[in-house]
Design a protein around this ligand. Structure first.
Ligand code: PEP
Ligand code: MN
Length: 377
C-alpha cells in the first residue's frame, strides 16, 4: 500500500510526526519513505510493507496529511501501474521531459574512438536539431581481447564538445560503480556542460550490486537494458530492484533477445514488448534498433533493416531511440558494421518522424473508440 502525502508536507512537522507514530502502531507493518523532489514541489510517499490486506483503506485515507492511498499488487510496487494510481509516467532531466508520451532520439557513436569523430558526430547532431546522443566510453565486450573503450580519458573532450554543440544528454554505459565518480569528476572539471543518462547494458541487467548503486544515486537518470537471455519479467524485476533503492528516473531499453531464431539479425527484435512494458510499468521505453539488427542489411526497396525496426518501435509508441552512427564506420573500433553514416542522419530522423506521426494518428483513433465506448452504449 502506498500513501501519497499532501504536497510539501515537511518531515519536521508535527502532522508528519503524528502520522508516522500512527503507522508504527499498525501490527506487522513496516513503512518505507520515499521523497520525490520535483522542480515545483516535494512529494512524499510512504510504502507500507507487510500484511496490508488487514488495513482498512478508508481509515488510512482519513489520516491528516494523507492525500491518497494506492493499493498495489505485489509486483513492481515502485515502477508499476496500479488501480487508481495516477503517479506520473515521466520525469524531467536537463530541461527535457522523458515520459511514456515523449520521443527522443539518441543517435551517436557506439564507442568513442577519436576526438575528431566525436566532434563530427556532434556537429551533425546539432545541424539536425538534436540535443541527445549516445557515446560509449566503457565498453563491455564479448572478447577479453577486444577494445574496452577509451574510459575516463575521453570524458573531458566528450563533455566539452557536447557543450560546444548544445548536446544536453549523453547516454553512456557504465560497467562499474567507480565510473560514476569518473563521470561526475569530468563533468565538474569541464563546468557541467551536459548531462549523462547512465546506461546499464544487457550483460549487466542482473548485476544487482551495480543496480543498487545506480538506484541509490539521484544525480543521473538510468537507462536499463533488457537482459538478452532472460524473460521480460526478470528484466522488469531488475528495474524495480534499481528503483526501489530510490532513483525513479528509469528508462527501460529493448535491444533484441539473443536467439538464433533472429538470424540473420544479430538479435531477435522484441519491440512488440513496447506496449507491454508501458502497460505494466510507468517507465518510458527505449528501443535500440542497431544492436537488434547488427548490420546494414536492407530490404529490396532500399530501406535498411535498422530503419525498419526503428519505425516498428516508434509506431508502437517507443519513447527513446538509441542508434549507432559513425563518420567512418570502417574505422570504428566497435560495431562499425551496424553504424549508419552521418549523411544518413536527416533521412533517419525524417523516417522516425513519419512513424511517430503514424503512432499519434493511431493514438487518436484508439482514443476515439475508447470515448465512443464510454459515451455510447
Ligand atoms: C550498447 O548500447 O553499446 C550496448 C553494448 O548495448 P547492449 O548492452 O544492449 O548490448
Ligand atoms: Mn555496440
Amino acid at each position: 500500500m502506498i500513501l501519497i502525502l499532501t504536497p510539501d508536507l515537511k518531515p519536521e512537522s508535527e502532522l508528519y510526526r503524528q502520522l508516522m507514530v500512527h503507522l508504527s502502531r499498525l501490527p506487522n507493518i513496516q513503512s518505507r519513505v520515499h521523497q520525490e523532489r520535483g522542480t515545483e514541489q516535494t512529494l512524499t510517499e510512504i510504502y507500507l510493507i507487510g500484511n496490508t490486506l488487514a488495513i482498512p483503506v478508508e481509515e488510512i485515507k482519513a489520516l491528516p496529511g494523507v492525500e491518497r492511498v494506492v493499493r498495489v499488487s505485489e509486483e513492481y510496487r515502485v515502477l508499476g501501474r496500479h488501480k487508481d494510481d495516477d503517479r506520473p509516467a515521466h520525469f524531467d532531466y536537463q530541461g527535457l521531459r522523458f515520459g511514456q508520451d515523449t520521443l527522443h532520439v539518441f543517435a551517436g557513436l557506439c564507442a568513442v574512438d577519436t576526438q575528431e569523430h566525436v566532434e563530427m558526430m556532434m556537429r551533425a547532431l546539432r545541424d539536425n536539431g538534436q540535443v541527445c546522443t549516445r557515446m560509449g566510453a566503457y565498453k563491455p565486450r564479448t572478447s577479453a581481447y577486444s577494445f574496452q573503450g577509451r574510459g575516463k580519458t575521453c570524458l573531458p573532450y566528450v563533455f566539452d564538445l557536447a557543450g560546444k554543440y548544445g548536446i544536453k544528454v549523453i547516454a553512456m554505459e557504465i560497467t562499474h560503480e567507480l565510473q560514476i565518480d569518473e563521470i561526475t569528476g569530468a563533468l565538474h572539471q569541464t563546468g557541467n556542460p551536459t548531462g549523462v543518462l547512465l546506461q546499464i547494458g544487457t550483460r549487466n541487467t542482473q548485476n544487482f550490486e551495480l543496480l543498487k548503486i545506480v538506484g541509490r544515486q539521484q544525480d543521473y537518470p538510468v537507462l536499463l537494458k533488457r537482459g538478452f537471455g532472460i524473460t521480460l519479467t526478470e528484466s522488469l524485476h531488475a528495474a524495480e530492484y534499481l528503483a526501489s533503492e530510490g532513483n525513479r528516473k528509469v528508462i527501460f531499453g529493448l535491444r533484441g533477445i539473443k536467439s538464433s531464431l533472429g538470424d540473420p539479425h544479430r538479435n531477435f527484435a522484441d519491440f512488440a514488448h513496447v506496449p507491454v512494458v508501458k502497460a505494466l510499468t510507468r517507465m518510458p521505453v527505449c528501443v535500440d534498433p542497431s544492436h537488434a539488427i547488427g548490420s546494414r542489411r536492407a530490404g529490396p526497396e532500399g530501406i535498411l533493416d535498422v530503419m525498419h525496426v526503428t519505425a516498428q518501435g516508434v509506431i508502437a509508441g517507443a519513447n527513446l531511440i538509441l542508434a549507432d552512427f559513425h563518420p567512418a564506420p570502417d574505422q570504428a573500433l566497435v560495431d562499425g558494421p551496424q553504424a549508419l553514416l552521418l549523411n544518413e542522419l536527416p533521412r533517419f530522423l525524417e523516417d522516425v518522424q513519419i512513424a511517430r506521426e503514424a503512432y499519434e494518428k493511431r493514438l487518436s483513433l484508439a482514443q476515439r473508440y475508447v470515448n465512443h465506448h464510454h459515451a455510447g452504449s
